[in-house]
Design a protein around this ligand. Sequence first.
Ligand SMILES: NC(=O)C1=CN([C@@H]2O[C@H](COP(=O)(O)OP(=O)(O)OC[C@H]3O[C@@H](n4cnc5c(N)ncnc54)[C@H](O)[C@@H]3O)[C@@H](O)[C@H]2O)C=CC1
Ligand SMILES: O=C([O-])CC(=O)C(=O)O
Length: 343
Amino acid sequence: MRPSMLRSMESALRRAAGARSFSSGAAPGRKVAILGAAGGIGQPLSLLMKLNPLVTRLSLYDIAGTPGVAADVSHINTAAQVAGFAGEEQLGEALEGSDIVIIPAGVPRKPGMTRDDLFNINAGIVKSLSTAIAKYCPHALVNMISNPVNSTVPIAAEVFKKAGTYDEKKLFGVTTLDVIRAKTFYAGKAGLPVEDANVPVVGGHAGITILPLFSQATPSTNALSHEDIKALTKRTQDGGTEVVEAKAGKGSATLSMAYAGAVFADACLKGLNGVPDIVECSFVQSSITELPFFASKVRLGRNGVEEVLGLGSLSDFEKQGLENLKPELKSSIEKGIKFAKEN
Ligand SMILES: NC(=O)C1=CN([C@@H]2O[C@H](COP(=O)(O)OP(=O)(O)OC[C@H]3O[C@@H](n4cnc5c(N)ncnc54)[C@H](O)[C@@H]3O)[C@@H](O)[C@H]2O)C=CC1
Ligand SMILES: O=C([O-])CC(=O)C(=O)O
């Protein structure tokens, strides 16, 4: 790569990270921990977080394999200091002092499985990692990637409640990949520049609980028929399955998810650092519907969630989608809460 190209990439990354908005010129040091860092998502996510100029310490944890990932990523000439931790006995050290903990630990889907089929294995993993977070970094923002997100976020909330550390402003289910897919599919179909496209996605993160709001998409267009909107909605809802089937037994989305995870963590870092008007969709504790957790636009700030934004006006098709998703989302949330209470 030419040096001029590298320089412009670096300055674009700095701009993307909001580093220029500090009048003192220096952003505060931030520690980010990734749990499941040796996995399909964990490795490229570690790379992307190493490139983020707001990260000063990057802690890579997994049950095995992290020393290699950490050694590899640490050679990249960016500021973040990288450390690898493997095995439960090193989990505390990995977590201590973290501002953000990102969790892509757990098993991914194979063709024919739903995200809920992952519950039996991933619920226990998320519960034990959340227990450690409550002990070692109770004030960290938690970005939950492990599926089924509709249940793992409620599990983490229950674990934190039991430990007396729960702060609803600090727990996030990462639904950014749904937004990224909706933007890509919308711009592609409407013939709009993809970098300008924005589409809120609300509800949850599985099948019909994923509800893209194309009526609020920007830039708006009249190039799309109702049939087009229905097809775009279905493709967004089935985006994960599209990748699972294409990978044919070799896992689910990893690269696009690592990108999505890095975008969301970057937004959290900017919020923590006081950059104004940082808004992303996320699955959080919510009162905008009757469900206790719900994904919608969230304003991020110095303490995590600053404001859970409402749904705005919905088309009749979206109103119907909202009603259709509630029973499934409710039961996935309740399943997570029940598991955490009983185990
Ligand atoms: N929220 C979202 O939009 C998305 C979520 N996912 C989910 O992310 C999770 C991870 O997916 P992949 O990275 O593809 O799986 P993977 O199997 O490639 O990696 C998972 C990693 O977690 C590690 N792990 C297992 N138990 C652990 C524990 N107790 N502590 C720390 N690490 C542990 C494994 O050793 C492995 O390295 C899956 O549950 C998947 O369904 C995947 C794509 C999108
Ligand atoms: O579909 C899966 O199992 C992984 C996932 O959550 C996604 O890609 O959205």
